[in-house]
Every structure is written in C-alpha cells, then in structure tokens.
Design a protein around this ligand. Structure first.
Ligand SMILES: NC(=O)c1ccc[n+]([C@@H]2O[C@H](COP(=O)([O-])OP(=O)(O)OC[C@H]3O[C@@H](n4cnc5c(N)ncnc54)[C@H](O)[C@@H]3O)[C@@H](O)[C@H]2O)c1
Length: 333
C-alpha cells in the first residue's frame, strides 16, 4: 500500500526518543532522513541496528542554508522535530544553549519548512510546558505556565509553531509527551542514573524527599503515539501523550532497586532542584480517540529497561565516564 506521507525527516534522530522513532519508522517502511548535530546527548550507536537504512546529515538545525539544501535534495513529506536541549538541570545551570536550539533552532526549521512547502510538521513538545499541577490533569487547552528554563524554551517554541499555524496556515501538529524512559536514555536522567549507581553499589541521589510525581511513558509507546499522530492527527491540533502511570520519584527508585535486588538504604536524599515542579499529569483522551493506547506499564517497562542496561553495560559506562563531574555539580547534600 502506498503511503501519502512516506518520507520523514527526523531532527534529533540520534537522541533517545528520536532514535526510537527512527527505528520504528524504518521498520514500518518509511523513508527516513536523520538530521542531528550530535551534541553530547546524540549518538549514532542508537541507530546501529538499522545502519544503511536511513540517510544521515550531521547538521545544526540553526543552519538555515544547510537545512534548506537538505530539504531540496531529500524532498521530505514530513518533519518530525525532536532536536532540543532536554535536561532541566543543565538549563538551570545555563539556559543559553536551550534558547539557541529550542527557540532559535525551531524558528529556523519553521522558516525552512515553510519556504520548502512541507506537507506536515510534527513538533515534539513536552508535558512540562504546563508547569506543575497539584490535583487533576492537564488538557491540551490548559494554561502554559513553565516552571524552569528548559520548559520556558519549549513553551516558546510551541508558541512559534502555533503562530505559524495561524499566520501562514502552516501544517503543524504539536505532541506533548510525558516523562519518557527506556533503553538508550542518557544517564543524566533519573532512571538510568539510578540503574547505574545502584548496580555499582553507589549512593542513589534523590532530590528533596522524593515526593515529586511524574507520569512515566515507555519510549516505545511514545514512538508509536507520535507515528499515530503523524498518520491520523489533525493539522493545527495539539495532542497530549501520557500513560496514566503516575509515580512519586521515591517509589520509582524503589521499583528499580527491587528489580536489581538492592536495598533501599542506597538512597541518599540530596538538595532539591530549584523550582522543582511537584507533579505533572496529562489527560490524553484526545490521542486515545485516534486509536493509540500505551502498552507497557511501569513495572514491565522498568524490568525491560534494567535488562537492557545490564546487556549494554559498555555503552552506559562509557557515558558515565564523562558525567562524573557533572553529577557532582547537581547532586549535593
Ligand atoms: N525525554 C523525555 O522524557 C521527554 C519528554 C517529553 C518531551 N521530550 C522532548 O522530546 C524531544 C527528544 O527528547 P530526548 O529525550 O530524546 O532528547 P535527547 O537529549 O536524548 O536528544 C536530543 C537530540 O537532539 C540533538 N540536537 C541537540 N541540539 C541540536 C541542534 N542544535 N541541531 C541538531 N540536533 C540537535 C542531539 O544531538 C540529540 O541527538 C525533545 O524535544 C524533548 O523536549 C522529551
């Protein structure tokens, strides 16, 4: 069967979620082009098992000329835009690169995509744009109320996308996933940090008292959700992409320790992240109406994730070598 939107250009396709999406799209016989600057967070090893099945350009999304020439050469039907600076703690230390990539980079891509006449632009946003919510859930129409520099930069890029939809009838769709976890996640994020530290019997840092709550979405479910929006989503709409798997950090850490057969006394409470959002929770009824459902619950997802890291210790240890100093700067008693 011929697909109408068969050629996808993925920005940030060497990153954690982007690479999962690229693997899925290749498996579903889409033609895929990856554009990635390969920052500290990007790694083509994530695409090792589909080598030769996608075209790759090492490019910064802020480089409009290069982006325009890639568009003209490859003639994609769709852009799925993952490329971003993504770690909240780093944005608190210095937000300048977040402004460069997440705001200026997104604007550059929007301009290039508009000039080229792209058929669809899927903008990957985040649940963090809504800020924290003590009770209830965010709908797609909730107020955008960012609580840290990372989410402020993501709100800003969302607003540019919305403005392009209205001003230029630009064919964009926004997707807002909740916290992702799974294989290949860079060990600056909670779950791989815990897996590494606990496996090595090192103290496991937990911010504050571990009471902050997150909604955990398995990365394979996230990639399927984004592909569902690409195929069935309506232009100009926004889709929350959640899982309903809400868990306080301390319980999430406890689940990982249990799978690893480690004791809770490895946990060390450290100074809380400034401005730490207490809770995120999404109403994702709208994407469920497109036929998508999360398939992997937190318990199964954590088990699979731990197993993956246990089978890929070389990759994890290599990353951690470059992270020790950084960890010392964020996890302080
Ligand atoms: N990880 C999560 O839990 C989560 C949750 C919701 C939304 N998101 C969003 O999903 C997207 C992907 O997140 P992730 O966790 O996979 O990120 P990641 O940090 O693992 O990967 C980001 C990728 O973007 C690339 N990149 C960064 N700056 C670039 C630039 N200027 N030009 C080209 N490429 C550049 C990096 O090299 C890397 O490959 C982001 O937009 C993020 O905001 C992430």
């Amino acid at each position: 069967m011929r697909k109408r939107l068969s050629k996808i250009l993925v920005t940030g396709g060497a990153g954690f979620i982007g690479s999962e999406f690229v693997r899925l799209a290749v498996q579903r016989s889409y033609k895929v082009i990856v554009v990635d600057k390969l920052t500290y967070a990007g790694d083509l090893k994530r695409l090792g098992n589909i080598k030769g099945k996608y075209n790759f350009y090492k490019t910064d999304i802020r480089n409009k000329n290069e982006i325009a020439s890639i568009f003209n050469k490859e003639k994609p039907d769709v852009i799925v835009h993952f490329a971003a600076e993504t770690h909240v703690d780093r944005s608190i230390q210095d937000a300048s690169q977040f402004i460069e990539t997440n705001i200026i980079g997104t604007h550059t891509l929007l301009e290039a995509s508009k000039d080229f006449g792209i058929k669809r632009f899927i903008h990957i946003s985040t649940d963090e744009v809504y800020g924290e919510i003590k009770k209830g859930k965010f709908s797609e129409n909730s107020l955008l109320n960012p609580g840290n520099p990372y989410s402020a930069s993501k709100v800003s890029s969302d607003l540019f996308v919305k403005a392009y939809i209205r001003t230029y009838k630009f064919p964009a769709i926004i997707v807002r996933p909740s916290n992702n976890y799974g294989p290949w996640q860079y060990p600056e994020k909670l779950i791989p940090v815990v897996i590494f530290k606990a496996s090595h019997n090192e103290k496991v840092p937990v911010y504050g008292r571990g009471l902050n709550r997150r909604e955990w979405l398995y990365v394979k479910d996230c990639a399927e959700g984004i592909l569902t929006v690409l195929k069935k989503g309506a232009i100009a709409e926004t889709y929350n992409l959640g899982s309903g798997e809400e868990s306080p950090n301390i319980d999430t850490v406890g689940k990982i320790l249990k799978v690893l057969g480690k004791r809770d006394d490895l946990i060390q409470f450290v100074k809380d992240r400034p401005g730490h959002d207490y809770r995120y929770a999404l109403d994702y009824y709208k994407i469920r109406k497109l036929g998508w459902r999360p398939k992997v619950d937190l318990e199964k997802g954590i088990k699979e994730t731990v197993e993956w890291y246990q089978q890929n210790t070389a990759w994890l240890e290599n990353k951690v070598k470059m992270l020790r100093k950084y960890w010392e700067s964020v996890y302080v008693s």
